[in-house]
Design a protein around this ligand. Structure first.
Ligand SMILES: [Zn+2]
Length: 290
């Protein structure tokens, strides 16, 4: 089964496929093992442009291939919020299974032109040597504020939301498989305000444009109830990044605090991976039970 098949099954049966970011092999292993052990049907793992630079794009593709075979589990590699055609092309060329072309900061017409260019390139070049057999492409519309960090407060206004008629036009003109939309979600974790989804707004979008997979970005910091309600309303893919970064970093801090003289990386990284696994397992249970 290809990624879009898994998303289709999720849509039909009312659950969501998880998307988690990584920039090191130990975190990737923790994510994949936790997903397999928790009974997830598949997992998407992503590298942002920064994460991709750190781990290496070819290296990421090779790691996914090994984990897929070694753990006998469907893992799909996503280029997460790649901003330019050149970076998306590079991801397709080295064998990524999925791309998010994030041109949401551009005016809609320019966003459509750039996204369509990426869709066309992926369609034309998938299944040729060294590339993934089927590449799933995601576009983004609306103003998704924030970054993958812990922040105090972020102002969000109704004008940031994706509009149903604009989503309709965007999907029709670009031919994307998946849509990242904005309905109250923000990237990262905010500490001094409650992050709240506008499920009714999402329902308007999915009613107007039902024939695409919807992706919830910035799920770190949302309540379980909100995530569950979003999946129930039709979200089939949920992104977590910041909570994982926090768990990993706190795990390392704690291990080094407990044993300040420890110099063996796997001894202080191991407990941090255990934290990642616990968190991912908890999220998978949330995605599967709505
Ligand atoms: Zn995102």
């Amino acid at each position: 089964m290809i990624l879009n098949d898994y998303l289709k099954d999720a849509k039909t049966n009312g659950y969501a496929i998880g998307h988690f970011n990584f920039s090191t092999a130990d975190v990737l292993r923790g994510i994949v093992e936790a997903c397999k052990e928790s009974g997830a049907p598949a997992v998407m793992v992503g590298t942002s442009e920064g994460e991709a630079r750190f781990v290496g794009m070819k290296e990421a593709v090779a790691l996914i291939k090994v984990f897929r075979e070694d753990l006998d589990f469907p893992v799909f590699l996503n280029a997460d919020h790649f901003k330019s055609f050149e970076k998306c092309k590079e991801a397709v060329d080295v064998g990524y299974d999925s791309i998010i072309i994030d041109a949401s900061k551009l005016p809609n017409e320019e966003n459509i032109v750039l996204t369509k260019k990426v869709v066309d390139y992926a369609r034309l070049h998938q299944n040729s040597e060294g590339r993934s057999p089927n590449i799933s492409v995601e576009g983004e519309l609306g103003y998704l504020r924030g970054s993958s960090e812990v922040q105090k407060k972020i102002e969000i206004s109704l004008s940031d939301y994706s509009k149903p008629e604009e989503v309709s036009d965007f999907v029709l003109k670009t031919g994307v498989d998946r849509m990242a939309i904005v309905f109250g979600n923000i990237h990262g974790i905010v500490t001094e305000q409650e992050e709240k989804l506008d499920i009714e707004h999402f329902k308007k979008i999915i009613t107007a444009v039902p024939n695409v997979f919807y992706v919830l970005h910035g799920a770190s910091g949302l309540s379980d109830d909100d995530v569950r309600a979003a999946i129930k309303a039709g979200i089939t893919n949920v992104h977590f990044n910041t909570e994982l970064r926090v768990a990993y970093t706190e795990g390392i801090h704690k291990a080094l605090h407990d044993k300040p003289d420890e110099t063996t990386p796997y001894k202080y990284l191991g407990p941090a991976i255990d934290e990642i696994k616990k968190l991912v397992s908890r999220k998978i249970k949330l995605f599967m039970r709505t």
